[in-house]
Design a protein around this ligand. Structure first.
Ligand code: PMT
Length: 401
């Protein structure tokens, strides 16, 4: 694995049963040409002794004892933080993930993680219930938002006898993922426009037609694209979300405004991702005084809005276009029909109208279609789903260009 040759890998080992695999990881990293230094937490040293890691890495092992655990013991945390080309915490327990996600620096390993500019990756290992716990998941989301790389976990039989997600990835997979950190990011240098959130179509000064989109999916996609090295413009409808770091942000209200802002920017971009829930219709006229109530029925005339995605897809030399399809039934059939009708390169279909996924929720699941292929992105947090979607878009974009 050429990317690993001569790389300085700082391996943090915390207190989980998967720590035994970290010994094998050290051996394989050295075979791949990396130099490895191991930092143990006190709990980590209960599972595998410092002597084992010292023998395998050929280096002094840090941490692991009360005397060595305190960062004040020397300036070694700064030296180690500077030395590392990448830091991998494997296994990363739920407790360590919680400490890292809150910026705690209460032992040598967490202090190094805070003090280093090197990419930080974590390989979670824990019981599936601990992994699925909302607190752990929100810690994971927070870490990802801060740019921490998440390697795994895998699904399978667990040391406690249960079956599910929470197993640490195998050493060879971890090394592949580490090598990926030293490659050029998938979307480096590409310009991407993402739409997100609802559009609101005003009826009068106090009323509008809207929809249930919270913007969470589109914002997660924009953040994942930034993480993959792209220059991102996020054109967002009205949401209550904080604007993601690293994007150029354009706020709009109606489909008409979104249409204008997108069309101004897409001729100059490589990829367009339409995650917004754009209103298909708007009131034919906006009344400038509040409509007064009376007992007669009220009819509202609606006219179609421009179809932003279809229009972008029709541009000569336009960007690679990715649409979303929100469907309540016959997901694959309707999504494929939309992909063809709108002439887009890929479409990501999600089931809506069910609790827990789709509109407003923190989780989603996608079926992604392109000409001659499809992929399933299983139910997970919108952050995780967005990362997987961006990986897929990067692969399809690169194979199309
Ligand atoms: O925002 P969240 O609460 O996180 O929810 C996420 C989501 C469910 C809104 C998102 O995952 C999603 O499915 N977005 C697309 C919703 C939608 O409008 O689907 P559609 O099937 O009606 O439209 C198909 C595609 O055409 C979409 O990419 C849409 O952005 C685009 N479109 C639609 C109408 C229109 N006038 N212009 C468009 O560009």
């Amino acid at each position: 694995m050429e990317q690993m040759g001569g790389k300085h890998i700082l391996l943090g080992v915390t207190g989980g049963i998967a720590a035994y695999k970290s010994a094998e990881l050290v051996r394989r990293l050295r075979e791949a040409g990396a130099e490895v230094r191991v930092v143990l937490t006190r709990a980590g040293a209960e599972f595998v002794t410092p002597l084992t890691f010292q023998a395998l890495s050929g280096q002094t092992v840090f941490g692991g004892s009360p005397e060595q655990a305190a960062p004040e013991s020397a300036m070694e945390h700064i030296e180690l933080a500077r030395w590392a080309d990448a830091i991998l915490v494997a296994p990363a327990t739920a407790h360590t993930l919680a400490r890292l996600s809150h910026g705690l620096a209460d032992d040598l390993l967490t202090t190094i993680c805070l003090a280093s500019d090197a990419p930080l990756a974590v390989a979670p290992a824990m019981n599936r219930r601990m992994w699925n716990n909302k607190i752990t998941q929100s810690n994971i989301d927070r870490l990802r938002t801060c740019g921490v790389h998440l390697f795994g976990p895998a699904e399978g039989e667990q040391a406690c006898g249960e079956w599910g997600a929470g197993r640490m990835l195998e050493p060879e997979v971890l090394i592949q993922r580490l090598a990926g950190l030293f490659k050029t990011p998938l979307l480096a240098g590409l310009r991407i426009v993402v739409t997100a959130g609802p559009t609101l179509e005003d009826i009068d000064p106090v009323r509008y037609l809207g929809n249930r989109s919270s913007g969470k999916m589109g914002y997660a996609v924009a953040s994942a694209a930034v993480g993959a090295g792209a220059e991102v413009v996020l054109v967002s409808g009205v949401t209550s979300l904080a604007r993601p770091d690293g994007v150029a942000f354009v706020k709009v209200r109606s489909a008409g405004e979104m249409h204008n802002e997108v069309m101004r920017r897409v001729t100059n971009c490589d990829i367009f991702i339409a995650a917004a829930a754009v209103a298909d219709y708007r009131p034919a006229a906006r009344i400038d005084r509040k409509i007064k109530k009376n007992d007669a029925p009220l009819a509202l005339e609606l006219v179609p809005n421009p179809d932003i995605l279809a229009e972008v897809a029709r541009l000569a030399n336009g960007p690679f276009c990715v649409g979303f399809a929100a469907e309540t039934e016959r997901l694959a059939e309707h999504a494929e029909a939309k992909r063809v009708a709108k002439g887009v390169d890929m479409i990501a279909a999600n089931q809506v109208g069910r609790p827990g996924i789709g509109f407003e929720s923190d989780e989603n699941a996608l079926e992604v279609f392109w000409s001659g292929g499809r992929a399933t992105l299983p139910r997970s947090s919108k952050t995780e789903v967005a990362h997987r979607l961006i990986e897929l878009i990067g692969q399809r974009y690169n194979s199309a260009s």
